[in-house]
Structures are given as C-alpha cells and as structure tokens.
Design a protein around this ligand. Structure first.
Ligand SMILES: O=C(O)CCC(=O)C(=O)O
Ligand SMILES: [Mn+2]
Length: 236
C-alpha cells in the first residue's frame, strides 16, 4: 500500500526493478563473482567503458561485470566497499543517468567521516588507486537541479548523422518515451568492473563450491542479500 494513497495499486515490475547484473553476475548472498554465472558482457558498454578507462590512463581495462542500480526518490544505497573484484588495481567506472543524487565518499574505515557530493545525469566517476577501496553510499535521490522533468542532456534530439560505428544508437520513439517517462522519477547508475587481472583465473574453491548448485536467480535470496546494501525506504 502506497503511503498517502488510499488505493492499493500494486507496483509494476518496472517500479519494482532495483538492480541488474551483467557479465560475471554478482551474487548478493556470497558477495562473489563465479566463473559459471556469466553471460557475455554487452559489447557497446564494454567499448564505452574501455574508452573511458583508457582516457583516464587505464589502458587494457576489461569490462567484465556490471551492476546497474535503479533508484526512485525514496531509494538509497547503504554504505559499502566494492571489494569482490579480484583485481583492485583496475578502476571502478560509474555512469549516472536521470535524476540526481547525493554520493558520500568515505574512508578506508567505515567510521571515517565522508565527503558529500552531487551526482548528476551524465556524470562519470572513476574510483581508482586509493579511492578504489573507499567506503561509499547513496543516501538520497534528488530532482535534477535544472528543475525540469528530465535533465536537458537527456532531452536533446540525437544528430541524424551519427558517425559509423558510434556507440550511440537511435532508438524508436516509442522505446525512448518509455525510458524518458521512467527517468523523470528515477536515477540509473551503472558501475562497471574488471573482475580478474589479465590472465588471472578464479581461485579453484569458488569454482568447485558452486558445483551442482543452480545459479541463484531466486528473487527472494537476492532481494534479501540486496537489502543489506540497498535500503530503499520501502513504502509498500
Ligand atoms: O549509485 C551509485 O552511484 C553507486 C552504486 C554503487 O556503489 C555500486 O553499484 O557499487
Ligand atoms: Mn559501490
């Protein structure tokens, strides 16, 4: 039941969506990536990530896993460190779209006082070196500062003459309307990761321990695991 609403409208699947994983699928229960729970990483996002990493001095970055977080105005993401990747010398690349948020960047220790910053649509944050293993959280999602339904960077028509091989693709007007409506009250963050060092394999134990176990697609367990990090102020 929605707060402030007398009707009991069930949430649509799109409204319930909180996260999606790509490539090596992060397991929220074990906090591990495993070799047998993998789907091909989308090539356009891999290309974009590798270009951004290279521009920041990380030649040879490989986009191997992605966590996409979907936020509404009542969502937040709890304090955590991203340490499940086996190679911490590779950066985390974070891309944000839609509404804005406050991002808290803390210290190596959980109790260290954080620095608060805004993350707006189109912002890219690279966590590398010392900042790669810092605590962080998203306590608040806020309307974009322009005061418009959609930030203006998402409200522009694409040039008709996109260069050949561009990662930008024209979508159908119908598809864009669905995305635009969604982003009027949502924030999407994609955090792209390289899991393994060049030539590294997963340690033997994580490959065997999972044998015979079905990939954890079960919403209940993942939602539970997720709740530790993703503390939406749920209103249902
Ligand atoms: O939404 C954000 O800006 C942060 C997401 C994040 O920290 C993560 O996916 O690990
Ligand atoms: Mn994180």
């Amino acid at each position: 039941i929605r707060k402030g609403s007398s009707k009991c409208e069930p949430r649509s699947l799109l409204e319930k969506l909180r996260w999606v994983t790509l490539g090596y699928h992060y397991n929220w229960d074990t906090k591990k990536y495993t070799p047998n729970h993998h789907t091909p990483f989308p090539s356009d996002l891999a290309f974009l990530s590798e270009q951004v990493a290279a521009a920041c001095g990380f030649q040879g970055f490989q986009a191997q896993a992605g966590i996409l977080n979907y936020y509404h105005f009542d969502s937040s993401l709890g304090i955590h460190v991203d340490e499940s990747e086996l190679d911490h010398s590779r950066p985390l690349l974070s891309f944000s779209f839609g509404q804005s948020s406050i991002f808290l960047l803390g210290g190596l220790k959980r109790e260290e006082a954080p620095t608060a910053m805004f993350m707006h649509s189109g912002d890219i944050m690279v966590m590398s070196g010392f900042s790669r293993l810092l605590h962080h959280a998203v306590p608040r999602v806020l309307p974009n500062p322009e005061g418009t339904a959609l930030p203006s960077c998402l409200d522009q028509a694409l040039p008709s003459d996109l260069p050949a091989g561009s990662v930008i693709e024209q979508s159908s007007e119908e598809d864009w309307q669905v995305c635009a409506k969604y982003l009027q009250s949502s924030r999407i963050n994609m955090t792209i990761r390289q899991v393994l060092a060049e030539g590294q394999n997963f340690p033997e134990e994580s490959g065997t321990e999972i044998k015979g176990q079905a990939p954890s697609e079960d919403g209940y367990h993942q939602e539970n695991g997720r709740a530790k990090r993703h503390r939406a102020n749920t209103d249902s």
